[in-house]
Design a protein around this ligand. Structure first.
Ligand code: AMP
Length: 432
């Protein structure tokens, strides 16, 4: 039976009413988390009880602590009695390398001061597997992993998943839409049948619903929505396509934004935009899948600590990445899917901070933006910037969006593209 908690649940909880042990309460206070976010006050007691959970919460809602704190408590309260071997006790699967690092860092932050120590490791592609293998000697209490690298490490017997007692799938919708289905199926087949499974997803497309039925046993559902609406202001400017870059440069300079995340649809567009902005006197860096992992980390760190003020990214930056107090997100080009729009804008206005999400749309994107509005149930006034007004009709050389909207997401090989619509629960092996 599924028990659903509605988004109207009142958040009157304090951290010390959620059942957390004093060591974790102390840590939360040290981190200056004054009150739990709604997802935390709902999830922490439920996860501590040990059952399965299906949680839907907007990005930036404090999801990580909602599962990390109670999991750390369970692991701490039930230390491993036998010799560890290369055993993993809690496995957190995530879709991107950056998210793996970010979530592992959060676990480590929350676990500071716990005795005996809770060992947290992250494994993800793009960097040497040897270092990760060495780190995994003696196993890990918490392993945060992207599916591909985890499978590599499993095939070289660096770890075993046979004693995993807690499984978390974060950004579950993304993991499915990126065609991870087969990889996830392989991993899930290696896990024990009896375990606690927590599934977090900001959105619930059909594929995720099929997955929840296959993976979760009488889960409690916690569905909290639309937190960003109160702190995130959305705007849309119409502009001729050939004036878009000039408008972007103008806005960045005029508004003196200290930190802007600009989304473009493809790696090439990111690179070209960086060059064009440089010519217009705006220094920017790019962040996309063609960059080596070391460079990706450096650019992201530089952006987070303020050394880089304009970051141009593809949708690999749209999910989960937490940039403290990011004031502005700009859609230089719209994402293909309305769901991705919500993820992109969710980079700003996180944890109650004020934020601005601005979309620059030209004639070929008008229709697609209408669809994004319709699917996400909001409507924005079309605005113009003086000197950059869109013509009433598209200029004659304006290309159609059609061909782009039919393309598969970047970074996905042909093999995976073909699999896209096929994510279904049969691949996952139902729980008995
Ligand atoms: P997340 O959604 O887990 O990525 O968290 C978004 C941001 O909110 C992170 O910077 C967290 O450190 C922060 N955060 C999480 N929980 C709280 C809380 N209860 N109070 C203040 N900040 C929080």
């Amino acid at each position: 039976m599924t028990h659903a908690l509605s988004c109207e649940t009142i958040n009157s909880a304090r951290f010390d009413t959620l059942g957390l042990i004093p060591e974790l309460l102390k840590r939360v206070t040290e981190l200056e988390y004054l009150i739990p976010t709604p997802i935390q006050s709902e999830c922490i007691p439920l996860v501590l009880k040990g059952g399965d959970l299906l949680a839907g919460a907007n990005t930036g809602s404090g999801k990580t602590a909602a599962f990390a704190l109670p999991l750390l408590q369970s692991l701490h309260m039930h230390p491993q009695s036998t010799s560890k071997g290369n055993v993993v006790r809690a496995l957190v699967l995530v879709p991107t390398r950056e998210l793996a690092q970010q979530i592992a860092a959060s676990f480590k932050r929350y676990a500071q001061g716990l005795m005996p120590r809770v060992k947290v490791e992250a494994v993800f592609g793009g960097v040497s597997a040897n270092t990760q293998m060495l780190a995994l000697r003696g196993g890990a209490d918490v392993l945060v992993a992207t599916p591909g690298r985890l499978l590599d490490l499993l095939s070289s017997n660096a770890i075993t998943l046979s004693q995993v007692s807690h499984l978390v799938l974060d950004e579950a919708d993304r993991m499915l839409s990126l065609g991870f289905t087969d990889e996830l199926g392989e991993i899930l087949a290696l896990l024990p049948k009896s375990k606690q499974t927590l599934l977090f997803s900001a959105t619930f497309p059909e594929e995720v619903k099929a997955l929840t039925d296959a993976l979760l046993t009488t889960p409690v559902e916690v569905l909290l929505q639309s937190q960003e609406q109160s702190t995130l202001h959305q705007q849309v400017y119409t502009v001729n396509k050939n004036r878009k870059t000039a408008l972007l440069a103008h806005l960045i300079k005029e508004q003196h934004w200290r930190q802007v995340l600009v989304f473009a649809s493809a790696k090439n567009t990111c690179n070209r935009l960086e060059q064009k902005l440089a010519k217009a006197g705006v220094s920017a860096q790019v962040f996309h899948g063609d960059k080596a992992q070391g460079a990706r980390n450096r650019v992201l760190d530089g952006f987070k600590n303020g050394e880089i003020s304009v970051l141009i990214a593809t949708d690999i930056a749209a999910r989960g990445i937490d940039i403290d107090k990011l004031p502005v997100v700009i859609n230089y080009e719209l994402p293909r899917s309305p769901v991705d729009y919500m993820h992109r804008i969710g980079r700003s206005g996180r944890a109650g901070e004020a934020g601005l999400a601005l979309s620059l749309i030209s004639h070929d994107e008008y229709q697609h933006f209408n669809l994004i509005e319709k699917k996400n149930k909001f409507t924005l006034e079309r605005e113009q910037v003086l000197g950059f007004e869109a013509d009433a009709e598209a200029p004659v050389d304006c290309p159609s969006r059609e061909s782009k909207s039919m393309a598969a997401p970047e970074g996905m090989g042909k093999k995976k593209r073909k699999k896209l619509p096929k994510a279904n629960a049969d691949l996952w092996g139902k729980k008995p």
